[in-house]
Ligand binder design. Structure first.
Ligand code: NAP
Ligand code: GLV
Length: 327
């Protein structure tokens, strides 16, 4: 029996593809760049399942071009690239990969926090440019992490892992989420801020861990940046559009806040003429929060498990619109 047809939109681990191919007719996009839109629409035309990543926009147009589509399995925990309401309306199941990337992403958030505070990327650039002329008692001064106050916006899986790391650095920890987490507060000595502004006013470092949706779009804009301390540092490993990037540029340029560490941008890849890239006090990484060998393999495995389960009429490990399921 040939099995359901599946399109894998990006190159993934060969052993994972082999497992998928045991139950499905698989076609995989081999180019390192994502499929152009027309190619993507053509590829999904006769597919039952789509193995997608965050670079694919899975919207009504794509679903209309794929009349057989029953499952979209996103190799990411975030699924703002998928129109879940439209998928649900069409009876298409959507899966994601929470949990397996939590610690790796928290590590990267902390790396950006350290890099922005201690001017790591700026220092590296200076060394390579021959600007390290002496040990300077007043040179390359940054901000201490130990003893500082960290504000975590979105105390979910990743936010909590960042809190654990912050404890090891002797930080005081505030958090803001819509719901309180009393057990986590007690276990990790966290202080809840019911409103975001309180956190922004008190924190020396603010790190963002909310999903991107209508409510969190531009959660941090000019007004919020003005609430922050002039010595504060913003870290964003959530999604670019959680921050108004233009407002962030102006805040960094004008000293409204001190620095930023960004793994995600409103437009990815960030255009080389983006003004943020002209600022020494902004560290940017190319959306690599989950990019360790082991974690990317676990994500690919989980996305495959989700896809195979749903195509076989079984519950996914993680489904974002389980109401669709007809088990
Ligand atoms: P999660 O466990 O669902 O945590 C998200 C948290 O955000 C929840 O605890 C939620 O708590 C809170 N939240 C939601 N809406 C909020 C709002 N309007 N205001 C304040 N808090 C809000 O998700 P996760 O696994 O930690 O992942 C978080 C996000 O990180 C993902 O959605 C993804 O976009 C991003 N991410 C990026 C990378 C990367 O490579 N840079 C890697 C992995 C994930 P309440 O419901 O109590 O508000
Ligand atoms: C990556 O950005 C993810 O959401 O997994």
């Amino acid at each position: 029996m040939p099995g359901p047809r599946v399109f894998v939109s990006r190159r993934i681990f060969p052993e994972v593809i082999q497992r998928l191919a045991q139950g499905c007719q698989v076609s995989m996009w081999e180019d390192p760049m994502p499929p152009p839109r027309a190619a993507l629409l053509a590829q999904v035309a006769d597919c039952d399942g789509l193995f997608a990543t965050i670079t694919e926009r899975v919207d009504g147009e794509l679903m209309a071009a794929a009349p057989r589509l029953r499952v979209v399995s996103n190799m990411a925990v975030g699924y703002d690239n998928v129109d879940v309401a439209e998928a649900t309306r069409r009876g298409i199941l959507v899966g994601n990969t929470p949990g397996v990337l939590t610690e790796t992403t928290a590590d990267l958030a902390f790396a950006l926090l350290l890099a922005a505070a201690r001017r790591v990327a700026e220092g590296d650039r200076a060394v390579r440019q021959g600007a390290w002329r002496t040990w300077d008692p007043m040179g390359w001064l940054g901000y201490d992490i130990h003893g500082a106050t960290l504000g975590i916006v979105g105390l979910g899986r990743i936010g909590l892992e960042v809190a654990k790391r912050a404890r090891g650095f002797g930080m005081h920890i505030l958090y803001h989420s819509r719901q309180r987490r009393p057990e986590a507060e007690a276990q990790y000595n966290l202080t809840y801020c019911a409103d975001l502004d309180t956190l922004l006013r008190q924190a020396d470092f603010v790190t963002l861990h909310v999903p991107l949706n209508k409510e969190t779009h531009y959660l941090v804009g000019a007004e919020q940046l003005r609430q922050m301390k002039p010595t504060a540092i913003l870290v964003n490993t959530a999604r670019g559009s959680v921050v108004d990037q233009r407002a962030l540029y102006e805040a960094l340029r004008d000293g409204v806040i001190a620095a930023a560490g960004l793994d995600v941008m409103e437009q990815e890849p960030v255009p080389l003429d983006d003004p943020l890239l002209t600022l020494p006090n902004c560290v940017v990484t190319p959306h690599i929060g989950s990019a360790s060998v082991a974690t990317r393999r676990r994500m690919a495995e989980m996305a495959t498990d989700n896809l195979l389960a749903a195509l076989g009429g079984q519950p996914m490990l993680s489904c974002v619109n389980p109401a669709v399921a007809r088990y």
